[in-house]
Each structure stands twice: as C-alpha cells, then as structure tokens.
Unconditional design. Structure first.
Length: 313
C-alpha cells in the first residue's frame, strides 16, 4: 500500500524495464510495465520543484511475489532497499530465477549511498551477489542474522566484490547519507531479525515495514501494535506496507496454532514423522526441533541439491 503526498513521486514507470524473453541462464527477464493513470494532484497543493522531491523507484516486488527492490532518491543521493530474486513461474520455463532490472541505478550508481536489507528471505537478499557490483558496492545495513545469510550465499560467488556490511539492530539510528537517516525497528515475520525502517528525509518520514504479519496471542489479540502506535506518533509522510496474501480477505493462522497442530501429530505418531518446510522459515523450524526434542525424537535434515547438481546434500 502506498500513500502518496506532495513532494513524493512514484517513478516506477521511469525505471523503464526492458522487455526481453528469457533464455535458460538469462536471469534478466523483465516484464512490460503495468501502466496506471497517475491521479491528478489536488489543486490546493502548491507545485514543488523536481529538485525538492523524494523519488520512489520500484524495481520489483510491487503487486508480485519476489525480486523485492526499491530505490528512494533525493537530489544526488539514492538509498536502495532490498535486492531480492523471484522464482520461476509457469510462464518462465528454463529460467532458474529472475532478478530486478537495475538499469536506472547503474546509470546513477555514483548516487547510490547505501543498501538496506530488511530480512534474509531470498526474495529480499537473493540478488545481492549479482547486483551489488553493478550499483557500485555501497555499504549494506542489515541485522546480524541477515548479514550471516548474505555472507553464506556470497561464498558461492567468488568473483563478487567483497561486501561492506554494517550490522544494525532494533531502534538503531544511522545516518545513511547527507539527506537520509534511518531508524530501524523490529517487525514480526517468518524469519528472525526482520527490520523495518523509518527513513527520515527532507520531506518527512518514509516508513517501510519490510514484510510484515500480525501474530496473535492465545486469546486472539494481535501482537506488537504498540510499535505501530509509536511510529504513528512520530509522524508518517509515506507508508509502505507489504504483507503476503494481504489482498485476500481473512486472517493468517497464528504460529501458536500451527505449532500446536504439529505437536499433536508428533504426540500421536508411532513411527517416523516427515515435516516439510521452507528452509528460511527459521522460526517454525526451531519450533519443530523443540517439539522433536520434547518427544525424544532423533532429527535428520534433508535439503534438495541445487539445480544441475549431481549430488544431494
Ligand atoms: Zn520475507
């Protein structure tokens, strides 16, 4: 959801993705931009010079799942948020994965002052080894777990530039550049160490909630609303909220209920229990391990080998 105010420009179309059909091994598959009518500014708003605007450039992840990446630009400074990849779909046969088109940033890479990575899911970190060099390898600000996951992945890319990763945590304030300052805050998500960011800009606070969900306690009360209240009181110029499945009516199941159901299965099972989960669903995997220990089970983990590999890990 994006709320637009004066002095804020959504430049998704200006990033002009080049449309080309992908071949096997060609990760730069791009889609035709979805063009929507730009709403007219209310007549009460005085015109603002282009110079004095914060420009938002969506490079991926808007109205699609995957390849999350965006840029916020003010004068001669650009802050990038996330560098994700997208997994192939039915209409992309032969493609291993898709990365954002960064032509807009490559043409302005001297302006890119920092990259903020919100969390360690591959649709937020997966394109780091491919894109950091292209945008000038600026400092990366992220949480400790996310840093380790980025570095682990980086080991597979021996030609990628050495990264300058600076660890931040909940409530840290960091000056990213002359005009941008970030204050980080914790967000509930399926992986620990997810960070949201209040980006203080010359036009006001741009708040990015990374990818968020509400979890509920056992009485059905949503958790963590006080953080939303605190940030609201600071004044929000523009709000970015991203929550997978948010357009579907209803509620997502609380992790507490999922854990209870998994425990029931462990309790009743006589033989072996096989559990499938995304490898990055760390919160759930740690709960599964705790339940297995509680019922005195031995744990074995299995990860399918990467595509093209002959061995299995
Ligand atoms: Zn995520």
């Amino acid at each position: 959801m994006i709320r637009q105010n004066r002095k804020f420009e959504h430049q998704a179309e200006d990033s002009k993705p080049v449309v080309s059909r992908g071949r096997a091994g060609d990760f730069n598959r791009n889609r035709a931009p979805v063009r929507r009518p730009v709403p007219a500014r209310p007549s009460t708003v005085s015109p603002v010079s282009k110079e004095d605007m914060v420009r938002f450039v969506a490079l991926g992840g808007l109205e699609e799942v995957g390849r999350n990446m965006m840029a916020l630009e003010y004068k001669d400074e650009i802050i990038v948020v996330d560098m994700g990849l997208q997994f192939p779909e039915e209409d992309t046969p032969g493609i291993d994965y898709i990365i954002p088109n960064t032509t807009y940033l490559e043409e302005r890479k001297h302006k890119v002052k920092a990259v903020v990575i919100t969390h360690a899911h591959l649709d937020h970190i997966g394109a780091v080894p491919y894109l950091m060099g292209k945008v000038g390898n600026p400092p990366v600000y992220t949480a400790a777990l996310t840093k380790e996951m980025i570095l682990r992945r980086q080991e597979e890319f021996t030609n990628a530039p050495k990264l300058d990763i600076r660890v931040v945590q909940n409530h840290d304030k960091v000056r990213l550049s002359e005009h941008f300052e970030a204050e980080f805050f914790g967000v509930t998500h399926a992986i620990p160490d997810t960070l949201g960011m209040i980006l203080k800009t010359p036009i006001g606070n741009i708040v990015h909630f990374a990818e968020m969900k509400f979890d509920y306690d056992k009485d059905g009360k949503p958790q963590g609303l006080d953080e939303y209240e605190r940030i609201g009181k600071m004044g929000v110029h523009t709000l970015f909220l991203d929550s997978t499945g948010a357009v579907k009516p209803g509620f997502s199941l609380s992790e507490r209920i999922v854990e209870k159901n998994i425990e029931e299965i462990f309790k009743k099972a006589d033989g072996r229990v096989i559990v499938g989960a995304f490898s990055t669903l760390l919160v759930r995997i740690s709960e599964i391990i705790k339940i297995a220990e509680k019922y005195d089970r031995k744990i074995g983990s299995f990860r399918p080998a990467p595509k093209g590999s002959r061995t299995r890990a």
